[in-house]
Design a protein. Structure first.
Lengths: 245, 288
């Protein structure tokens, strides 16, 4: 028996999947979720084999929800109309169902899943990387703090700091770890607002109150919060050009 | 349009070219007549040959020069023409894309496909409701297609149309969405540009439903103030995590633009937020 979770904010959209699944006795629905928050919780609790995931949902979208999950189950994406998502699926050869879909199309997706069991981990990673470049997702950073999920609007970020395989997002409420790379943030964040001041730091220029010299060729940026962010020689050049100095 | 004309220089340009070719070939001839005897002075009879063949050589030089010039004139003209055509194609493409974008927006594909998906689900379990929803969706789409942007309609008419939209959304989101409309009879008769409210309510639903996970109440209140029709649309939102509600919210840009085009005033659309309620206020001047 394979465990299945349905995640969609429209009850009727879940009910049609439920109905189509009647034909597949090997699959059992263990949870139905209204949004990504419930989704994260249910996935951790039930460890399903397969999830049906809608993209556009309240607060955090389907992609952002997946980013928060360490042990990802197989995913069949469902969406009504989202050009960005569809392009991302096509680019990474990922199967998806366009609403409304037929029983036949649904059966085909299940068949495909049974044959290969899961889309390769690499494909999913690549998909999430593409998705995180969408206009809506570059405006906020979704992090998990224990069992709590936090959505941080990018303008509330003080600075980002490299931390091994993670990036630490510093805000008013402290630091949160996000499993992305510094390069990812350097490329996706607005370059007029966020500057890579140092190999291990990206700073929100609107938070800077002053920049002081610090040892030999280096500088240090003092933020409104009092935090100090290292600025390399290269970073100083970039900062000056963004600040128009 | 006769594109061939692009390949042809204008008449005065031709004379110009002929003149220059004559001049250049004459120059060449003079140069050769001066140089060659210097090199070949030991040959007898050469000078005579040179004199006799002068006219022929000029002709040959002129023809060569002219052919060369013409080829390059044609080539440059052709290139220029190609660029012009490309520019024209680009402009057309842009205009087409803008139109397509507008059409797509009017159709609201996300709303449409999700509604169809809901109907698909209802057909199996509650066919009567499915039938009703098809009716509502058809009426709604017909309303979208029928109305012209410059047309004015009564608030009553616009609210009926909105009600269809809200009813469909209620089926989609079940008990998560509820809507309250307050408008007394006098206000119902006031006029507004067709389809003006719909994007505002759509925006309210979008943020009300997509920005909160609980129940969303959309409140639409219409009043008459100093001969203005004033409509407030309220929706819940999460002040902590919302990034798009700052400013006017991008869903409202087109409404702002339309109001400006109609009344040449930028102060007719306003937004405010108090606690977790976001309010959009639109003012429509009434004229006789």
């Amino acid at each position: 028996m394979s465990k299945v979770i349905l995640i969609d904010d429209e009850p009727l959209a879940r009910s049609i999947v439920n109905e189509y699944l009647q034909k597949h006795p090997g699959l059992e629905i263990v949870a139905e979720c209204n949004d990504g928050f419930e989704g994260v919780k249910a996935i951790q609790q039930h460890e399903p084999d397969l999830i049906f995931l809608d993209i556009q949902m309240p607060k955090i979208n389907g992609f952002e929800m997946l980013e928060l999950i360490d042990q990802r189950p197989s995913v069949i994406f469902t969406t009504a109309f989202d050009e960005f998502a569809i392009k991302a699926f096509e680019a990474h050869a990922i199967d998806y169902l366009l609403k409304p879909f037929s029983q036949e199309r649904f059966d085909k997706a299940i068949q495909k899943w049974k044959e290969q069991k899961t889309t390769s981990k690499k494909n999913t990673e690549d998909l999430l990387e593409t998705a995180s470049q969408s206009p809506s997702q570059t405006q906020r950073i979704v992090v998990k703090n224990g069992s709590k999920i936090k959505i941080i609007p990018v303008q509330d970020v003080f600075y980002l700091e490299a931390a091994d395989d993670y990036v630490k997002v510093h805000t008013q409420e402290g630091g949160f770890l996000k499993n992305k790379t510094m390069n990812h943030f350097e490329q996706t964040l607005d370059q007029n607002q966020f500057v890579r001041s140092h190999r291990s730091y990206i700073v929100n220029v609107q938070q800077i109150t002053r920049i002081d010299p610090y040892e030999k060729d280096n500088h240090i940026a003092i933020l409104r919060s009092g935090a100090k962010v290292p600025v390399s020689r290269n970073g100083y050049v970039k900062l000056r050009s963004v600040l128009g100095l | 349009m006769n594109t061939l004309r692009y390949y042809m220089p204008r008449r005065e340009k031709y004379l110009h070219i002929v003149f220059w070719c004559l001049l250049e070939s004459a120059l060449w001839l003079t140069l050769v007549n001066w140089l060659l005897p210097l090199i070949l002075k030991s040959f007898d009879g050469y000078a005579l040959f040179m004199d006799q063949s002068l006219a022929v050589r000029w002709c040959v030089a002129f023809l060569l020069m002219a052919a060369n010039t013409l080829i390059s004139v044609i080539w440059y003209n052709w290139e220029e023409n190609k660029e012009d055509e490309q520019r024209e194609r680009d402009t057309e493409k842009l205009a087409k894309e803008a139109e397509l974008f507008k059409l797509r927006q009017q159709l609201q594909p996300h709303f449409l496909f999700n509604s169809l998906n809901s109907i698909n689900a209802l057909i199996g379990s509650r066919p009567q409701e499915a039938r009703k929803m098809i009716q509502q969706l058809s009426d709604f789409l017909r309303g979208t297609l029928k109305k012209e942007e410059h047309q004015w309609v009564s608030l009553q008419e616009e609210l009926q149309y909105l009600q269809l939209y809200l009813d469909i959304e209620k089926v989609r989101f079940a008990n998560r969405l509820s809507a309250i409309i307050e408008a007394d009879e006098a206000v119902q008769k006031m006029k507004l540009p067709a389809l003006l409210l719909q994007p505002i309510v759509e925006n309210a639903i979008k943020f009300g439903l997509y920005d909160t996970t609980g129940e969303a109440i959309i409140r639409i209140i219409a009043r008459s103030e100093d001969n203005n029709l004033v409509i407030r649309v309220e929706n819940p939102f999460d002040a902590e995590t919302s990034t798009t509600q700052k400013g006017t919210g991008f869903g409202l840009g087109s409404v702002q633009r339309r109001l400006y085009l109609l009344f040449a005033r930028a102060d007719l659309l306003a937004t405010e937020s108090k606690e977790n309620i976001f309010v959009t206020i639109v003012k429509i001047p009434q004229h006789e």
